[in-house]
Design a protein around this ligand. Structure first.
Ligand code: 4AD
Ligand code: MG
Length: 430
C-alpha cells in the first residue's frame, strides 16, 4: 500500500510504502534514523540493524541528504516526535541518489539561500511558510465565496495605472506601450457594476526601488470590490475577512506555526472589531511619541506605522488620509475635503500595512477633474469614466497584500520567505 506521510496516522501498525526524500540522517552501529519528507510532511524512519538484512542496514547508513527513495515499513505511534508517528523500516528502494546537496543542516547566509531558492523550498521552515500561504489562499476563496462574491480575473497587461505612474513596469504590446498591472482595481470596479460583489486574486507588479523587509517587485493581491457599499461598511468586510484568515491559519496550521515558533497568543487576540484611528489623530499620536520628523500631509514610513501598531494588540485602521498623498480615484471625505474616505490596515508586531482600500469617486465630473489633475490620459481611462455615466453607484473596495499577510501570520521577518520565488530589487534568479 502506497501512502503519504500525512496519511500515516490512519495506518498505525500496518505495513505501507512511502515515496520520500532524505531530509537528514543520524546513525550509529546499531540503528539509523532517517528524517523523511514527502511534501505532505516530515517523519522519522527507524532502521534497526538486528531487524533488517545487513544489506538494507548498510544502505540506510550510506543514504545521503535529498536522495529519493521508497521506504517500506510499519507505522507506529511515537509520542516523542512532534508529528506523533514514525516508521519502523523494513525495506528501502533508492530511486535517485543525491550528492553534495548544497543546503546542509548547518547555517547558511541569506544570499546563498536565495541563490538556491529552488532547493531551499524543501526545508522545513520554508515548507511551513508555504503551507500557511496556501491556507490563507484557501480561506480567502472560502470567505468570498461564502459572502456572495464572484471571482473576476482582471488583465495583467494593461494600458492604465491605478496607483500612480512612477512605479510601472513598461513593456511592448506589439506597437503599443503597455504596463504590467499594479492593481486590478479599475477593472474590478467595472465588474462590480456587472456582478455587485467581486474579488480577484492575482499577481501585481511595482517597479519600486525599495529594498525593505516589506517590499516585493512582484506580489499577489486579493482585491474585493463592492457596489452599493460605503466606506464604513467596507471596513467591516475587511476586518471580518482578516479575522477569518487568522482563525483559519490558527485552526489548520498548528504544526506549521509550532515549527516556526510563532507566538500564537498574539494571533488569538485578533478579534473584531479592529480599532479605527484617523490620520489626524495618528499624526498627533506620533508627535506625542516624539516623532518630530512628520507633519500633516506626509505619508507614514515604517517606523511611524510600527509605533502606531505597537499601541494595539490587533490590526488597526488608519482612516481618512490627506487627498494629496493618495491615488486619484478616492472619494472625498464630506467632513473634510482635504482628506479622502480611505483606510490602511496596519498589522500588529511591525508587519506594516497589509490592506489599502477606499470608497471610489462615483461622480463623473469630479472623476474627470482628478484624472486631469493627476496628468493622466483621459482616453486610457474612458472605460473607467463610463462607469460613472451609466448608473453610477457608491462603491468601495480594497487590496490585501498576500505576502505581507503571510509574513505576519508566520512570524517571518522578511517577505522574501513568503513567496516561492520572490522577485526583489536585484533578484530575478532563480
Ligand atoms: O495600498 P495599495 O497600493 O492599494 C492598491 O493597489 C489598491 N488599488 C487596492 C484596492 O483598493 N483594490 O496596495 C494594497 C496592498 C498593500 O496594503 C500591501 O499589503 C500590498 O498591497 N503591497 C505590497 N506588498 C509587497 N510588496 C510591495 N511592493 C507592495 N505594495 C503594496
Ligand atoms: Mg497602500
Amino acid at each position: 500500500m502506497n501512502i503519504t506521510i500525512k496519511q500515516a496516522k490512519d495506518y498505525v501498525n500496518q505495513e505501507v510504502t512511502i515515496g520520500a526524500w532524505i531530509a537528514n540522517k543520524r546513525s550509529s552501529g546499531k540503528i539509523a534514523f532517517l528524517q523523511l519528507r514527502d511534501g505532505t510532511g516530515f517523519m522519522q524512519g527507524v532502521v534497526v540493524k538486528q531487524e533488517v538484512s545487513e544489506e538494507i542496514f548498510q544502505l540506510a547508513k550510506s543514504l545521503t541528504q535529498e536522495t529519493s527513495l521508497f521506504v517500506t515499513g510499519t507505522i507506529t505511534e511515537d509520542d516523542r516526535s512532534k508529528f506523533g508517528y514514525e516508521m519502523q523500516i523494513s525495506g528501502i528502494e533508492v530511486i535517485s541518489e543525491s550528492h553534495d546537496y548544497p543546503i546542509t543542516p548547518k547555517n547558511h547566509g541569506t544570499e546563498f539561500l536565495m541563490d538556491h531558492r529552488h532547493l531551499w523550498l524543501r526545508s522545513k521552515r520554508q515548507h511551513a511558510v508555504m503551507k500557511i500561504r496556501n491556507e490563507i489562499i484557501r480561506a480567502t476563496y472560502e470567505f468570498f465565496n461564502d459572502n456572495g462574491f464572484t471571482k473576476i480575473d482582471p488583465p495583467i497587461l494593461t494600458g492604465s495605472a491605478p496607483e500612480g505612474t512612477s512605479e510601472l513596469f513598461h513593456t511592448k504590446y506589439f506597437d503599443e506601450d503597455a504596463f504590467l498591472s499594479q492593481s486590478g482595481q479599475l477593472y474590478l470596479e467595472a465588474a462590480a457594476m456587472a456582478h455587485g460583489r467581486v474579488f480577484s486574486f492575482g499577481p501585481t507588479f511595482r517597479a519600486e526601488k525599495s529594498k525593505t523587509r516589506r517590499h516585493l517587485i512582484e506580489f499577489w493581491m486579493i482585491e474585493p470590490e463592492m457596489a452599493f457599499m460605503k466606506h464604513d461598511q467596507s471596513l467591516e468586510v475587511q476586518e471580518n475577512y482578516v479575522h477569518h484568515i487568522v482563525k483559519s491559519v490558527l485552526e489548520n496550521c498548528k504544526l506549521e506555526l509550532d515549527l516556526l515558533e510563532r507566538d500564537t497568543s498574539k494571533l488569538e487576540k485578533v478579534a473584531t472589531p479592529f480599532p479605527r484611528i484617523s490620520y489626524d489623530d495618528a499624526i498627533e499620536f506620533l508627535h506625542k511619541e516624539g516623532f518630530d520628523d512628520i507633519e500633516w500631509g506626509d505619508d507614514f514610513g515604517s517606523p511611524h506605522e510600527t509605533a502606531i501598531a505597537n499601541h494595539y494588540d490587533k490590526p488597526v485602521f488608519i482612516v481618512n488620509y490627506p487627498t494629496k498623498i493618495k491615488p486619484f480615484y478616492m472619494e472625498p471625505n464630506p467632513e473634510n475635503p482635504d482628506t479622502v474616505l480611505c483606510a490602511d490596515l496596519i498589522a500588529p508586531e511591525g508587519y506594516g500595512e497589509i490592506i489599502g482600500g477606499s470608497e471610489r469617486i462615483s461622480d463623473l465630473d469630479l472623476l474627470n477633474k482628478r484624472i486631469a489633475e493627476h496628468g493622466l490620459d483621459p482616453d486610457a481611462y474612458s472605460y473607467y469614466t463610463d462607469l460613472r455615466k451609466y448608473g453610477s453607484v457608491p462603491h468601495s473596495g480594497f487590496g490585501l497584500g498576500l505576502e505581507r499577510t503571510v509574513a505576519w501570520l508566520s512570524g517571518v521577518e522578511h517577505v522574501r520567505e513568503t513567496a516561492p520565488f520572490p522577485r526583489l530589487l536585484n533578484r530575478l534568479y532563480p
